[in-house]
Design a protein. Structure first.
Length: 273
């Protein structure tokens, strides 16, 4: 994957890209970055893969200052970025917050979404999860946590969210350093403070009207985003649901081959419509 950069309406944006063909936009969540998809992308073939970095996340954390980085606003940034690249329509693949971004973009800009893939995604009233809500409520204290304590806090989240301990360890090595390089706990607090359940509730009743190809893959043992929400997406989007027995939250890292296979199945479905 090649790292790319562009100025979009005065906002420096970045993404990772490879391949040619129908655009497949990969959308990460919190506390991750495009690196979330590092084990998935090698298994995606015959498509143009673009792993977009949300404004204020990953290597772009400094872009959070003075900007709205809510999920709803990220959906707006996403569409503006696509237009800047000349992409009229793409398949959206979203995990965690990225799933909320994908839904909002698809509902509010229906012509931009050729297909929707959700895996352990936020939506409806499923978020923020209790630990994030607690962090938001005590933001004044959390933002001053020493780096070792903050690192332990994030590590705990990753280990609780992975069913493969080795992948959890790898996730810690991958996703924690960008925070430590950008004000540590204060950067995570800046993200958490702009999480609003209203963003997904505002478009929830419009999901059944999308009528686009969709697929849902869900870690059935996820304690952050429960399987019941995956089932609700499947009903509202009239989409197949594949539960991963024993799977937890970070499915793109724990089950990358399966996730890639299901993404490619959606690509084939989009191509045939």
């Amino acid at each position: 994957m090649e790292r790319k950069y562009a100025d979009v309406d005065g906002i420096p944006m970045s993404w990772e890209e490879e391949g040619e063909g129908i655009p497949v936009v990969l959308l990460h969540g919190i506390p991750t970055s495009p690196a979330l998809w590092r084990f998935v992308t090698p298994h995606l073939h015959g498509v143009r893969v673009l792993a977009w970095e949300m404004v204020g996340y990953g290597r772009s954390m400094n872009q959070a200052r003075g900007r709205d980085i809510s999920v709803a606003k990220q959906a707006e940034y996403l569409v503006r970025w696509m237009r800047a690249l000349g992409i009229d329509k793409a398949i959206f693949v979203g995990h965690d917050l990225g799933g909320g971004v994908a839904q909002i973009a698809a509902v509010r800009n229906p012509g931009s979404c050729a297909g929707l893939f959700l895996t352990n995604a936020i939506g409806y009233d499923s978020w923020p999860i209790p630990s994030v809500s607690a962090m938001k409520a005590s933001a004044g204290l959390v933002r001053h946590l020493p780096d070792p304590v903050f690192k332990a806090l994030l590590s705990s989240l990753f280990y609780r969210g992975h069913d493969d301990p080795a992948k959890a360890k790898n996730a810690c090595r991958t996703h924690i350093p960008p925070y430590l390089a950008h004000r540590g706990a204060a950067s995570l607090v800046a993200q958490v403070e702009q999480l609003h359940t209203a963003d997904t509730l505002a478009i929830a009743d419009q999901l059944p009207m999308l009528r686009i190809p969709a697929r849902i893959v869900w870690g059935a043992s996820d304690q952050f985003q429960k399987l019941e929400y995956g089932k609700r997406y499947a009903r509202d989007l009239d989409a197949p649901l594949l539960p991963i027995k024993g799977g937890k939250h970070f499915t793109p890292e724990d089950h990358p081959v399966l996730i890639a296979q299901e993404i490619m199945a959606l690509v084939q479905q989009v191509r045939s419509t």
